[in-house]
Ligand binder design. Structure first.
Ligand code: FE
Ligand code: MN
Length: 332
């Protein structure tokens, strides 16, 4: 029988019969969502970015902060997958997905390079923002801290406490990093896109969001599977510590949003972003079988529309690519 962890007697090259259909479903969703940054024209963005007074200082700051965070976050995620998660998850159908996800993270890093190139940004400055901007550094440090145990070559997932450590870290990667730390940025960049500004960068973020939604869904299924097969780890104390970790992530994300957008623009301000993060956090908690905490309403129903709309064309007045018609997405 296949099992998700500690399956040492099972051949990692034997994918059939598939036991975890969810892993295959997410793999297929990833393939259906295929895109590359170079297909999205950046001409309008370049003109607006370079035009004197084309964007307000607040808008510029917001764009730079988001590119600054995403620039390092994408490769951080890729490294986590390849260097630690892949080592411990030997199940072949899950590994198929991890390979796909690693590729998508490479596309996201490429997207960032493409934006820097198009807008003529200084890569040193952007890449250094995780050092120079405290609210970005706080998020990155939080995630790097979570990799420490898993990256230790002597770490194994045998035993209740080790499985708990592993699941705790998976929650850090998949639920907090991919499911919370990207979302204030998505809301900011997509609200710019909705107002028809920086449409190329906005569309790039939209595709990244679609990918991240699947990453998050895979992560949640993986976590739930581990818990299902190892019910002894799911103690009240452990649930509390995971919830606390997610709430800490929410705090960091709200602080980051305040910093990226001190005055607020386009109907976005610190208060609405806070509400949005709380709404998102409740959904993430419930997705992995934990109780929701905030009961906040979604202040940006258009975000769900963007995520849910997969077949409709032209939901922004921007160019439509055929990927949108083929895409697969469900809101987790
Ligand atoms: Fe990504
Ligand atoms: Mn991702």
């Amino acid at each position: 029988m296949k099992q998700i962890l500690n399956a040492s007697e099972i051949d990692p090259n034997k994918i059939l019969p598939i036991k975890y259909e969810w892993a295959r479903t997410h793999y297929k969703a990833g393939v259906a969502n295929n895109w590359v940054p170079e297909e999205i024209p950046m001409q309008q963005d370049i003109e607006l970015w370079k035009k004197k007074g084309g964007l307000s200082d607040e808008e510029r700051r917001m764009i730079l902060w988001n590119l600054g965070f995403f620039s390092t976050a994408e490769s951080l995620t890729a490294n986590n997958i390849v260097l630690s998660i892949y080592r411990h998850i030997t199940n072949p159908e899950s590994r198929q997905y991890l390979l796909r996800q690693a590729y998508e993270e490479a596309v996201h890093t490429e997207m960032f390079l493409y934006c820097c190139d198009s807008l003529g940004l200084d890569p040193d400055e952007i890449y250094n923002m995780y050092n120079t901007v405290p609210s970005i550094k706080a998020k990155d440090d939080f995630v790097v801290e979570l990799t420490k145990t898993m990256l230790n070559p002597n770490f194994s997932t045998v035993g209740k406490e080790n499985i708990q450590t592993f699941v705790y870290d998976l929650v850090g990667y998949y639920i907090i990093m991919e499911g919370i730390f990207f979302y204030a940025g998505f809301a900011m960049m997509l609200s710019l896109l909705r107002s028809n500004r920086m449409v190329g960068v906005g569309e790039q973020f939209q595709y990244v969001l679609r990918d991240e939604t699947v990453h998050l869904a895979f992560g949640a299924d993986l976590i739930n599977q581990i818990v299902e097969e190892n019910p002894e780890i799911w103690t009240e104390d452990f649930k509390k510590s995971i919830t606390a970790s997610i709430l800490k992530g929410v705090d960091l994300e709200i602080a980051y949003a305040r910093d990226a957008l001190p005055k607020g623009i386009l109907g976005l301000n610190a208060e609405t972003i806070k509400e949005y993060m709380e709404y998102i956090a409740d959904r993430r908690l419930e997705r992995i079988g934990l109780k929701k905490v905030f009961n906040s309403e979604n202040p940006f129903p258009w975000m769900s529309e963007i995520i849910d709309l997969r077949k409709e064309k032209n939901f922004f007045e921007t160019r439509v690519t055929e990927y949108k018609n083929r895409g697969e997405l469900s809101w987790e």
